[in-house]
Design a protein around this ligand. Structure first.
Ligand SMILES: *Cc1c(COP(=O)(O)O)cnc(C)c1O
Length: 404
């Protein structure tokens, strides 16, 4: 299937946002008491300065986007206008970029990648407890050693046991023998259910985990499992540069996905997209919370609607063609940087289709580090230094490697 959605003109964007804001109640124009919020203070945003700027207008109006807005709500919302634009942004990400069936995914704009990973782990933990009568101590988390630190944080918060799988240095994919050994070890220690984290672009290497191998090893041991794809880094690039890849909602083994617009699309922080198949969000409600009004299926609680609008604006201004061009350009620069490094004899790791190049400590010069603000894997004892090509990188950056 071809990823496609239309772009809108600047005027259409402004009009849509104006219409959304006039559907919302306004702290400034309506008499509002009882809603716990307010228009932003003139001490931080000057109302007269924002009129022509749709995003600043939304920030000033400060709509609250609490909860999972893709779930039908019983009560009428004060901010239904901008809520609808958030739902549209989630829909483009889940159905176009991640190939889900129409109206079969829920989601929300989370505070960050950490929250998305925690949300998935929380939902799946409760799913095993509620549907299988599992004890928390019988649930294990399976992930590669290159995974985000946020998954360890999640194990601690949710009381889930971590099972870390070593990677093969050559391709940074999970070592199959160690993967199998960890699953058998877990099983022997009483783990009966697994949550698997599959990286679509690890933070340090951009490496992509092999989902089929993980599923096969879990099925070998007849253990029920749920898979969350951490596409914090790759979620907006890989679907465009590797259109045939299997890490999306077409794959029945995948239940939830996290893509991050702040890392790749030049969106502000606070625009991480959490997406999950319909029917799962309710596991994020404790039984007590299910009966109170104003349900909230998220970890974050109240959050700014302006982040959702920033994502919506980016997706709608660029259209799928614009995003594709941006991602193809980024991938081309990454490839060019690899060629440059090849010609200078520098060793590195690079996953085709991604935008990360990790350079070995032995090969990194102070000049390279300083010039590209490279980031070490371990600041005390660095083995790898990472460069991340984003839309802000130009060919001049790359040429400079050759001509310092
Ligand atoms: C950045 C990143 C995270 C964590 O995201 P935060 O927004 O910093 O919480 C998680 N996973 C991956 C793959 C990431 O690149």
């Amino acid at each position: 299937m071809h990823i496609h959605w239309n772009r809108l003109t600047k005027k259409e964007i402004q009009d849509s946002i104006g219409k959304a804001l006039s559907t919302n109640v306004s702290y400034r124009n309506n008499k509002i008491m009882g809603v716990p919020g307010s228009a932003l203070s003139p001490h931080i945003i000057t109302p007269e300065l924002v009129q022509g700027d749709p995003l600043l207008r939304v920030m000033l109006e400060n709509p609250n986007h609490i909860g999972c807005l893709t779930i039908e709500k019983e009560s009428e919302s004060f901010f239904s206008g901008t809520h609808q634009l958030e739902c549209e942004a989630i829909k483009l990400c889940a159905e176009e970029i991640m190939q889900g069936l129409p109206n079969q995914q829920d989601g929300y704009i989370a505070g960050g990648g950490t929250e998305c990973n925690l949300e998935a782990m929380w939902i799946f933990r409760n799913y095993f407890i509620q549907n299988f009568g599992s004890q928390t101590s019988e649930i294990g988390l399976l992930f590669s050693e290159d995974s985000s630190i946020s998954v360890i944080k999640g194990c601690d918060l949710l009381n889930i046991r971590p099972f870390v799988v070593r990677v093969t240095p050559k391709n940074r994919k999970m070592d199959k023998e160690h993967l199998r050994a960890q699953i058998i070890l877990a099983k022997n220690e009483g783990i009966k259910y697994f949550i698997g984290i599959i990286n679509l672009g690890t933070e340090m290497f951009g490496s992509v985990d092999d989902l089929d191998t993980v599923c096969a090893c879990l099925e070998e041991q007849t253990l029920p499992y749920k898979i969350h794809v951490d596409a914090g880094l790759g979620g907006f690039i890989y679907p465009f540069t590797k259109p045939g890849n299997k890490l999306n909602f077409k794959n029945p083994n995948i239940t939830s996905i996290h893509s991050d617009a702040s890392k790749m699309l030049r969106a502000p922080f606070g625009t991480s997209v959490f997406m999950i198949r319909k029917g799962y969000m309710n596991f994020a409600l404790t039984p007590e919370a299910r009966y109170v009004a104003g349900k909230d299926h998220t970890i974050i609680g109240s959050r700014s609607g302006s982040n959702a609008i920033a994502l919506w604006m980016l997706l709608r201004t660029l259209g799928s063609d614009g995003v594709r061009l941006m991602m193809e350009r980024i991938a081309r620069y990454a490839h060019q940087l690899c060629q440059t490094l090849d010609s200078t004899g520098v060793n590195y790791f690079y996953e085709p289709g991604m935008n990360v190049i990790a350079i070995r400590q032995e090969d990194v010069t102070k000049d390279l580090k300083d010039k590209y603000a490279l980031v070490p894997d371990d600041p005390e004892n660095p083995r790898w230094w990472r460069t991340l090509i984003t839309d802000g990188v130009t060919p001049a950056f790359i040429d400079a490697v050759n001509n310092p």
